[in-house]
Ligand binder design. Structure first.
Ligand code: ZN
Length: 195
């Protein structure tokens, strides 16, 4: 039985944003905010557009290649939305794997990051989801994912520490087991940083 793909309920967001505007004392007919509920609904459709997307579509272009060296896509810009405050966290992802005869089209790594990032997230879970997905689908010898991100909920509110970066890593397979492989992948990820 084929299921109808779920999508974000824009109408419901629109109504909720009207409520927020009323709660902060706005006049819904004021020119500047009149279309804000629609705009915010569209915006969430975009920012959280990965929520009902299936990352499996990005794993279709797998190539057989006798490669047994680390493949790394570094400095992939990403944004996500923190589930605790619904504020963005923005940063860079480094995604590496050690293939077992199968490699993935390079842009697909970035698409997989986006698919998981464009949801309500927490950075630790996001990091693990990317690593587990690649481990499961590509069956490589190992996967390493490192995310660096600045969280708006820490920079513009609460403790207010602009410039602080949260770093999370998820190591799977050989990168978890073997110290030399781990050191190699982490040095590839972090060499010539800041140059
Ligand atoms: Zn937060």
């Amino acid at each position: 039985m084929s299921e109808v793909k779920k999508t974000i309920d824009a109408e419901r967001i629109r109504k909720a944003v009207q409520e927020i505007l009323l709660a902060v004392g706005e006049d819904l007919e004021r020119e500047g905010v009149k279309k804000t509920p629609e705009r915010v609904a569209r915006m969430y459709g975009e920012l959280l557009g990965g929520t009902f997307d299936d990352p499996n579509i990005h794993i279709e272009s797998v190539f057989t290649e006798p490669c047994d060296e680390i493949v790394l896509l570094r400095d992939i810009p990403f944004y996500s939305i923190c589930e605790h405050h619904m504020l963005p966290f923005i940063g860079k992802a480094h995604v590496a794997y050690l293939p077992t005869g199968k490699v993935l089209g390079v842009s697909k790594l970035a698409r997989i990051v986006d698919c998981f990032a464009h949801r309500l997230q927490c950075q630790e879970r996001l990091t693990g989801q990317i690593a587990d997905f690649l481990m499961d689908k590509l069956k490589p010898q190992g996967v390493a994912v490192v995310l660096h991100a600045s969280h708006s909920c820490m920079t513009i509110r609460g403790i207010r520490k602009p410039g602080s970066m949260m770093v999370t890593s998820a190591l799977r397979g050989i990168f978890k087991r073997d110290a030399r492989s781990r050191a190699e992948v982490l040095s590839l990820m972090h060499n010539d940083k800041g140059q």
